[in-house]
Design a protein around this ligand. Structure first.
Ligand code: AMP
Ligand code: MG
Length: 275
């Protein structure tokens, strides 16, 4: 099975050269029929249904957890991905955590503390909307801690994720890759739509001026922290429908490969009867 979009451990990535639009040829099953927006509704619905079944199995088995990490520039579609990819799954089996500017409580501890305390329990899917990677992204771009501190964090993250993996957590990390032009359009459409004003702040515009610094910081993350136990995927995210389809497919395939089994019943079901 080929794994398109996956970053090989140690691979050096130049993000400007990586596809941000859609390249159906990258996945063998992607036929010409999937190239247009409307035509992906059916395959996505099918994948969503499959995901629901797999989630139930994950929950029934309760041997492993799935942690999905979403990162990307403002407007890259983290919220939309959560909405569309998780459409139809059982909300009881899924927790979403948003990583904001750390609270005093959080900043007073090591940077992994707030991530570790919200990792999904066995049987559950946990989604990190931003994550501990902010501590080598925004923190690096804005010099929020000295370089001598953040430089050590790549290895610390790998060690942390390895520990999680060795204890039953499956980890998938998606970098939603959009172009600077696409971000401009999305920010403008937020400015022009009063129902979207709550989603935009001055900070979003300010952060945009650090685009190149962020790309550099992301390149280091992808180079240093894509591992066998917690791979990074670079998802072309200029087209929302394509992004949703690719991510859902990656998640479904990962869960399929776990070869999960329903647990044996606690009692001999053949002896049970209902009055
Ligand atoms: P949003 O995802 O739009 O709600 O914004 C959350 C903001 O919190 C973003 O600007 C992040 O860069 C910021 N943020 C998240 N984690 C950290 C962190 N560890 N240090 C500083 N800022 C952070
Ligand atoms: Mg924002």
């Amino acid at each position: 099975m080929t794994l398109p979009f996956i970053v090989k451990p140690g691979e050096k990535i130049s993000l400007s050269g990586v596809d941000k639009d859609c390249n159906p040829e990258l996945i063998p099953d992607y036929t010409a029929a999937y190239r247009k927006k409307g035509e992906t509704k059916k395959p996505l619905k099918k994948l969503n249904k499959r995901l629901l079944k797999l989630q139930e199995l994950l929950y029934a088995e309760s041997e492993r957890a799935l942690l999905i990490i979403l990162q990307g520039m403002d407007t890259c579609g983290k919220d939309g991905t959560i909405r569309k990819v998780m459409a139809g799954i059982n909300v009881q089996g899924c927790d979403v955590v948003n990583f904001k500017v750390p609270s005093v409580d959080e900043i007073s501890r090591d940077f992994l503390w707030r991530a570790h305390r919200v990792v999904p329990r066995k049987g559950k899917i946990g989604i990190f909307n931003r994550s501990h990677y902010e501590d080598v992204l925004v923190v690096r771009v804005h010099d929020l801690v000295p370089e001598s501190i953040w430089k050590k964090r790549y290895q610390q993250i790998n060690d942390f994720e390895r520990m999680l993996a060795e204890n039953g957590t499956i980890i998938l990390k998606f970098f939603l890759h959009i172009s600077k032009d696409e971000q401009k359009e999305r920010l403008e459409s937020r400015i022009n739509d009063p129902t979207k004003h709550w989603k935009i702040t001055e900070a979003d515009i300010r952060e945009r001026s650090y685009w190149d610094d962020y790309m550099q910081a992301y390149e280091t993350v992808l180079h240093r922290c894509s591992t066998d136990w917690a791979p990074w995927y670079i998802i072309p995210a200029n087209k929302k429908w394509y992004r949703n389809l690719v991510i859902t497919e990656r998640i479904v395939e990962t869960l399929e490969n776990l070869d999960m089994k329903y647990p044996k019943p606690n009692s001999d079901v053949s002896t049970l009867y209902v009055d």
